[in-house]
Ligand binder design. Sequence first.
Ligand code: NAD
Length: 247
Amino acid sequence: MYGWGVNGGGSGIGRAVCQRLASEGAAVVVADLNREAALETVDALQAPRGQGHMAAHVDVSSKDSVNRLITLIQTRYFQPPSVCVNAAGITQDDFLLSLEEEQFDKVIQVNLKGTFLVTQAVAQALVTCGAAKGSIINVGSIVGKVGNIGQVNYSASKAGVEGLTRTAAKELSRFGIRCNCVLPGFITTPMTDKVPDKVLSKLLTLVPLGRMGEPAEVADVCAFLASDDSRYITGTSVEVTGGLFMG
Ligand code: NAD
């Protein structure tokens, strides 16, 4: 299998997605703002059949950077990735009453605009090369649905990712491209390492399965959404939350 482009692949959930797909024999493009982290991910991947994995730098919030990445991929593999996972994301938390405009803009630029730029670039490349099918998987968050204290910027960006994904799914289905979201709850990664223990233990009391999720548990759902096993699924969001906020 060729063609996993994973941005945010240098850490946490993105890295787990790369590992899961490489274990199935896919050639994986690991792209991240942190080039060293992307290289570390590639170094630890199981060897693929065929053309090999690739580490690349990308800033998903920059159109030029995203376009350079797509060109690089096409030069190396002679085709765009048939599967793209948008896992790059950041938080800059503060209460609504004190959040700075710059913190709002920055999170929207990376999480929402970045998802737009990559989704658009990959879809354009797939349509241009006449690919018969593709799967784009955007990593949203359960807080885009339910909100979260201190995350007005982040929850808005993730709600936007869901709207973008549903619209992209409607527009791209005629080209055989499916678009779906995964909505993680609280997953053990460097992102949640920043959350104070006191807050995490309080949140955990709300999780029916009683624990944080592992990045691999999100990666498993991404693998399903990428595969033909989900061929009749598009425009949906799959919650990976241990039951948090169900209903
Ligand atoms: P993480 O911090 O471990 O990884 C995020 C990665 O994104 C990092 O490697 C970082 O360098 C990269 N990145 C940041 N800005 C970038 C940019 N402009 N361009 C390219 N790469 C960039 O975080 P994670 O927990 O693995 O998060 C992955 C995704 O899952 C994010 O979209 C996050 O919002 C989402 N998410 C995480 C959780 C959780 O509990 N960890 C919950 C819900 C959603």
